[in-house]
Design a protein around this ligand. Sequence first.
Ligand SMILES: *Cc1c(COP(=O)(O)O)cnc(C)c1O
Length: 370
Amino acid sequence: MNVPLLDLVRLYRTIKHEIDPAIAETVETQRFKLGPAVASFEKSVAAYCGTKRAVGCASGTDALLLALMAWGVGKGDEVITTPYTFFATAGSISRAGAVPVYVDVDPKTYNLDPAKIEAAITEKTKAIMPVHLFGQCADMDPIVEIAGRHNLVVLEDAAQAIGSEYKGRRAGSLAHAGCFSFFPSKNLGGYGDGGMITTDDDEMADLLISLREHGQSELYHHWTIGMNSRLDALQAAVLAVKLNHLDEWSDGRSRNADYYNGRFAGTDIVTPYKMDGARHIYNQYVIRVADRDGLLAHLKSKGVGCAVYYPLSLHLQKCFATLGYSEGDMPESERASKETLSIPIFSLLTDEEKDYVASTVLEFVAAPVG
Ligand SMILES: *Cc1c(COP(=O)(O)O)cnc(C)c1O
């Protein structure tokens, strides 16, 4: 049996009757730049996340960069973040001209460990960028509290976490701004790239609107230097349809997670840890095993889609060599990068597929090959 890690074709078939007309309608108008489809989708996302404003842009990476620019993070500044995340988190910090300062993760949630943040703060620290990894919010109360005491900006990398909740509040509404990605494999994925920044700050939202179109105040008048980073009207049309289904899909993922948790209970497999009061949206269902590479090979040989997020901590990436980190500096992140593995969790998995995935994992754990 072959089980894909993610099957977007299957998902499309269930909403084709809504998506196709939405795309056709946008094409009929020939209005591809911002316009009513984008404005309306921005309103919907702000309402969904519980913020006053939301500003669309061209990708999650751009959302991070635009937020850093808007909140004045640049040359000479340090930004505290996690080394266990997708590259864009730290890449955007460097792109903004600032320096990523890594703080190790909590081994249970794989999110930034608040207890380790304060020791990393210097007089150059300007911001903290926590990541809500795999669909669960970072422990935001202590992070926001520390930031408040040191007068730091907190920008959430919520790229994997739309709809995720922390103590009843949604990702993107927990700090100064939230940055989202609509990359196709995210829980709310477009048919191409897209991103958004959420905030309660009207002034900053207006600034972001200017920055995403070359820092213009009015057409062809530029008071600052921004970017070309708009959300496509076509993407907005697709995403608006998909947003209506998001909770149903997230609930499906959560039910699948419960199923796996039950099957793996009492074994050596470490299942995802869910914080008290959290809503986890399971962008990934990540398990931890000692012989991760062995399990990976076993699953691949049996047709089970799986992947490693992420095999190399950011502090050890070649492009960050000049930051001066070395192996052993971020032990929890390094260990996670060697022991974790994602298995299929998308909402449309059949009972048969879930059983096959769980049984194939358990088969290896009971009798490791090699
Ligand atoms: C996907 C992702 C991004 C970047 O989003 P893009 O839309 O691909 O640019 C940033 N941070 C994290 C944690 C992500 O998972």
